[in-house]
Design a protein around this ligand. Structure first.
Ligand code: 5GP
Length: 174
């Protein structure tokens, strides 16, 4: 398999995660429990590194979606794995690897609010700004990136590359 070229180095990722954790620690200093919801599978590496730096009391849960093949419209995002925890009356932080069109996160954010969370915020490591089709406010954003297909640090190509410690780009011809 080809080695992806580096878009964001391991050092830059870890430095930015330090900063984001600092913001979260300030914002949730008074929270009695922050429910951190990771979107499987891509967010796992980011979530682990981030939450090791968070000092507020946290609970961890996961959500997994799948899009029906073909056209992307909001109603086509399907829940593959739902939360185990109740979020009613709780502060929720949704943690995602990348926001692309926004359909997946729009659907999850609406669902979390519908279930009566006290607050819902979004933390996304990567933001493909130009690919956005539905508006999704990102409260904590790692890096804006161009509209290229990235792998590594949780992100896959056909389930490969997730364990790269950096964000890389697979060139077209590869
Ligand atoms: P959205 O609903 O925002 O279009 O899609 C978000 C999901 O698409 C992400 O959670 C991720 O699984 C996938 N995705 C979007 N862009 C990329 C990319 O550049 N690389 C990889 N590996 N996955 C991506």
């Amino acid at each position: 398999m080809p080695t992806p070229s580096t878009l964001i180095s391991e050092t830059d990722l870890q430095n930015r995660i330090d900063e984001i954790a600092g913001e979260i620690n300030r914002d949730y200093a008074d929270s009695d429990l922050l429910i951190c919801v990771g979107v499987l599978k891509g967010s796992v590496f980011f979530m682990v590194d981030l939450l090791k730096r968070v000092t507020a009391p946290v609970a961890v849960d996961f959500f997994q979606t799948a899009s029906y093949g073909g056209a992307k419209v909001p109603g086509e995002v399907r829940i593959r794995k739902d939360l185990d925890l109740s979020i009613r009356g709780r502060d929720v932080l949704l943690i995602e690897d990348i926001v692309d069109t926004g359909y997946t996160l729009r659907t999850i954010l609406d669902l979390l609010r519908f279930r009566g969370a006290k607050s819902v915020k979004l933390c996304a490591l990567l933001d493909k700004v130009e690919a956005r089709e539905v508006e999704v406010p990102i409260d904590y954003r790692g890096f804006p990136i161009e509209n290229v297909f990235v792998v590594g640090y949780g992100l896959d190509y056909d389930e490969r590359y997730r364990n790269l410690p950096y964000i890389g780009v697979l060139e077209e011809e590869q």
